[in-house]
Design a protein around this ligand. Structure first.
Ligand code: IPM
Ligand code: MN
Length: 374
């Protein structure tokens, strides 16, 4: 992982000389609290990181970045290229949430989340879908052993590239175009990564390709690449589902999935469905990964402006993102301990719901997790 660091410098907070070394015990993390409930969940992440320092000897050097709506409205700055360069020197990035009703839809998201994904080539969006406790699942008779899969979403191409626009905007003759691209390189690296995940995970050793090649002919590039790369992974069972059918199976038979790989747009949509069947956005996390390079971890939920500042948001998705970050950084033991703490917290009976109307305060969720992260 990205532990081969030389100098770590930041405009926000300078890092003391003695921490500027290649040392797995000291991890430099860029933190972007962002908008809405973002700062609240990031405050909770700090508590978990501090505890891991005490119990697991992993020290985190946190460098805070102000990007988001407030900063944009005050300064006009979104995500300066110099900061993206700075991020390359970090071990990882932890993001709270981005999005604010005061700013035109998509401006912040594209510049900050998209900026990191594209400019730092975080070409994988890794989204585990894991049911920690039965009561979190809205599906009848589905238990933790039925919902335990991981989605590999291609993260830099497809309909997200921003090529297109409007012609005769605002008239009756208006035409809007959004181009979808799928490069061999982009598809192949996502597919290969997914095969590796299926192998490393060592569970069902099954990889499902999800696409819509029956209607979108060009998507055959996925089918072909999946088959070709699959020859190198004879130990992994190859499976296929069209996106519409996959949505149905996710609800009817989620136990059929082990690892799934899909494009950017379909992956965005189906992983929200995945979040829903595993307890909702209060628990789902994702990693934007450029293997071996700086990568960014975040809760899947958005900035939820209507809940901001009330202390009602569940921070468990952020703790789950922290867990993924630890794994990515190679702190397998600390990651496993945090995973166990999350499982225990959610099955102890102390947490009855992770919805914003649960009556539980943001910090109280973390209190329970910390109790099991001794
Ligand atoms: C996600 C989000 C983003 C996406 C938005 C905020 C651009 O929904 O991370 O899933 O569509 O990728
Ligand atoms: Mn999404």
């Amino acid at each position: 992982m990205n532990n081969e660091l030389g100098n770590i410098v930041s405009e926000q907070e300078s890092v003391p000389q003695d921490t500027q070394r290649k040392d797995m015990a000291m991890q430099t993390i860029a933190v972007i609290p962002g908008d809405g409930v973002g700062p609240e969940v990031i405050d909770e992440a700090h508590r978990v990181l501090r505890r891991l320092g005490e119990t697991d000897g992993v020290q985190f050097d946190i460098v805070n970045y102000p990007f988001g709506a407030e900063h944009y409205l005050r300064t006009g700055e979104l995500m300066p290229p110099s900061v993206l360069e700075e991020f390359k020197q970090m071990d990882a990035i932890l993001l709270g949430a981005i999005g604010d009703p005061r700013v035109e839809t998509g401006v912040l998201e594209r510049a900050i989340i998209g900026g990191c994904r594209w400019k730092l080539d975080m070409y994988i969006n890794l989204r585990p879908i894991k049911l920690y406790a039965e009561y979190l699942c809205p599906l009848k008779d589905k238990k933790p052993e039925h919902i335990d899969m991981i989605f590999v979403r291609e993260n830099t191409e497809d309909l997200y590239i921003g090529i297109g626009g409007h012609f005769k905007k605002g008239t009756q003759d208006e035409i809007a175009i959004a181009q979808m691209i799928m490069s061999r390189k982009g598809v192949e690296r996502a597919v290969r990564y997914a095969y590796e995940v299926a192998r490393k995970r060592n569970k069902r050793k099954k990889l499902t390709l999800i696409d819509k090649a029956n209607a979108i002919g060009a998507m055959e590039i996925w089918t072909r690449t999946f088959e070709e790369v699959g020859q190198e992974y004879p130990d992994i069972e190859r499976d296929h589902a069209y996106i519409d059918a996959a949505c149905m199976w996710m609800v009817k038979n989620p136990e059929w999935f082990d690892v799934a790989v899909t494009g950017n747009m379909m992956g965005d949509i189906i992983t929200d469905l995945g979040a829903a069947i595993s307890g909702g956005l209060g628990i789902a996390a994702s990693g934007n990964i450029n293997p071996g390079q700086v990568s960014m971890f975040e809760p899947i939920h958005g900035s939820a402006p209507k809940h901001a500042g009330k202390g009602v948001i569940c921070p468990l998705a952020t703790h789950s993102a922290t867990q993924m970050m630890l794994e990515f950084l190679g702190h397998d033991k600390a990651a496993a301990r945090l995973d166990t703490a999350l499982t225990k917290a959610l099955t102890s009976g102390e947490i009855k719901s992770i919805s914003t109307s649960s009556g539980m305060k943001t910090a109280e969720y973390t209190d329970v997790v910390l109790k099991y992260l001794k």
